[in-house]
Design a protein around this ligand. Structure first.
Ligand code: F6R
Length: 574
């Protein structure tokens, strides 16, 4: 999703901003641009990649600049719609992350002054509105503009002949880096980590002024004191395929998550969850699938009722109150739908726990408690290792709710088995052509859902997940020789049932591939999972062959699995 970066100091701004944009590429984008300040603002934009932007740029000795990667919402992914946008008098340049909900109204107001728009975006409004304000007090000007905007308004402003960057935060993350040779701002800590370890996390409705030598933060016109935090995120290593590397990191990620849980879980948090009337879990996409697993393990191990909600549907969740313990799962900690759900839960009196991979992400600041996965940076857009770590975190949490401690050797064994699975493939060329189904019963259905999502995201092919016993109620009509069905079987209790489902599918001449921990279930080919102590731990392993299958198919189809079309790593709009 949109990424913002800015720098003012004594170094070359172009180099720093371009480098920042490269770091933000993984969030997903379709166009990019930079504005360099000085006596005259110069803007360069492209509807392509950051590398194209870099090659389009002329040499510059400017020491102030702002940059943006855009994920189109209002207006197509064209150069004209790429940020930065200039004001009508060319004296103000802005970059924006978010959606201006009252954009039609504001656009009319701006146009009534005879101002002509140069893009189809909502964001351009900000440049004109700032330029229309009295420029003698820029903090006031920014606050006035922000007050007019309904919706998400994270933006940076630079002015002709001014070495300051003016930043406003509302909704998505905006972080400041305090450096030796200047000050930095970015929507992602990763873009700051190369330059400094000292940072400030802005909260909603705050405005920051970055001069080349100092940073001041304001709220409601008054300067406020902010904590200086340690930017402790690990820099991602450069590698040719992040998704591959991240799947290979699953064994280490699991052990890190195990250590992180027992290091940081608070007894007070466990006590609140145990005494709650109900637990609600909220998340989106892959994290939602982890949430479904959370319900299974919490209800099975700790005997507490759990409801699971998709983030964007949480506005209709009922019975959320001060007797609710709400868990929010988000790899990035920045997903707007999930953050909105945290805020709603808090306003209704619930206790909130965030499970995230990113320390100091927005979700950690607004939740009562946080558990950090410590899976290491996840750069590939499709979530892999963070999912395995989310499952483990929920498993450990469920055990703690039941007063049980999971010993490290149990998870070391899972990590060892995960490592062995990395060298097994269920890919066949026909999978890349066939309609694909992932089926399972019980907890295996949840893994099937994640397997299908991974496959769709990076192969652009249809794949569906189904409860195996439900196929015969309709979907079996689709079974023919052009179908491949991946059947998951990790629970001995369901052996009979899944074996029957497989034979029904085979009778319709579809191809079958088994991922089984319970021996033969009658599939054409099978991958057998090693024995684990607890059947509830199998989803940590069974997903790996499906992650690898999606990756191999993506590679076979010539798709870049790290940057699938239309997707963003952090979905910061609702
Ligand atoms: C799938 C994927 C998305 C995310 C979803 C939530 O591979 O990456 O479905 O899981 O957008 O993102 P987070 O976990 O960052 O809240």
């Amino acid at each position: 999703m949109c990424g913002i970066v800015g720098y003012t100091g004594s170094k070359n701004a172009k180099d720093i901003v371009i480098e920042g944009l490269y770091t933000l590429e993984y969030r997903g984008y379709d166009s990019a641009g930079i504005a360099l300040g000085g006596n005259k603002i110069s803007v360069t934009k492209t509807s392509g990649r950051v590398s194209e932007l870099e090659s389009k740029m002329k040499e510059s000795d400017s020491t102030i600049g702002i940059g943006h990667t855009r994920w189109a919402t209002h207006g197509g992914p064209t150069t004209r719609n790429a940020h930065p946008h200039l004001s009508f008098n060319n004296k103000i340049a802005i970059v924006h992350n978010g959606i201006i909900e009252n954009c039609d109204l504001l656009k009319k107001e701006v146009m009534s002054h005879g101002i002509v728009f140069n893009s189809d975006t909502d964001s351009e409004i900000i440049a004109h509105l700032v330029a229309m304000e009295d420029q003698s007090d820029m903090v006031q000007a920014i606050e006035n503009v922000a007050a007019k905007i309904e919706g998400a308004a994270n933006f940076l402003v630079i002015r002709e002949g001014d070495n300051n960057i003016y930043c406003h935060k509302k909704n998505a993350a905006l972080n400041i880096g305090i450096g030796e040779d200047g000050n930095y701002v970015a929507s992602d800590m990763l873009a700051l980590a190369k330059h400094t370890k000292k940072g400030i996390v802005l909260s909603d409705d705050e405005t920051a002024v970055l001069t080349p030598t100092e940073v001041k933060v304001y709220k409601d016109g008054k300067e406020i004191k902010k904590d200086i935090i340690d930017i402790n995120c690990k820099e991602p290593k450069v590698c040719p395929c992040y998704m591959q590397a991240e799947i290979e990191e699953i064994p280490d990620a699991l052990l890190n998550t195990y250590d992180s849980f027992y290091k940081s879980i608070k007894q007070e948090c466990i006590a609140k969850a145990v005494s709650a009337e109900r637990i609600a879990i909220v998340a989106c996409g892959t994290a939602y699938h982890a949430g479904l697993y959370g319900k299974e393990v919490i209800e099975t191990i700790a005997n507490i009722p759990v409801d699971v909600f998709i983030g964007s549907e949480y506005d209709r969740a009922r019975f959320i109150n001060d007797k609710t313990f709400a868990i929010f799962i988000s790899q990035s900690g920045e997903t707007a739908d999930t953050l909105a759900a945290v805020n709603r839960s808090k306003s209704l009196g619930a206790t909130t726990l965030a499970i995230t991979n990113v320390a100091n992400s927005s979700i950690t600041f607004i939740s009562d408690y946080s558990l950090i996965l410590e899976a290491g940076p996840e750069i590939a857009v499709a979530a892999t290792k963070s999912y395995n770590s989310q499952l483990l975190m929920l498993y450990l949490f469920a055990n703690s709710l039941a007063g049980k401690v999971v010993t490290r050797d149990v998870i070391e064994n899972v990590a060892t088995q995960a490592n062995m699975l990395l060298s097994h493939s269920i890919f066949t060329e026909s999978i890349a052509k066939d309609n694909l189904f992932f089926i399972g019963k019980g907890i295996d259905e949840l893994s099937a859902m994640e397997g299908a999502l991974k496959f769709k995201e990076i192969t652009y092919k249809m794949a569906e997940a189904y409860a195996s016993g439900e196929l015969k109620h309709g979907t079996i009509a689709l079974m023919d020789p052009n179908c491949t069905v991946i059947a998951l079987a990790t629970n001995e209790d369901y052996k009979q049932k899944i074996t029957v489902s497989v034979s029904e599918i085979k009778a319709r001449k579809a191809k079958t591939i088994g991922i089984s921990a319970i021996g033969e279930i009658g599939c054409d080919i099978s991958l057998f999972l090693p024995k684990l102590e607890d059947v509830l731990l199998y989803p940590l392993l069974s997903i790996i062959p499906m992650q690898l299958l999606a990756l191999s198919t993506s590679n076979y189809l010539g798709i870049n699995p790290d940057k699938p079309r239309n997707l963003a790593k952090s979905v910061t709009v609702v």
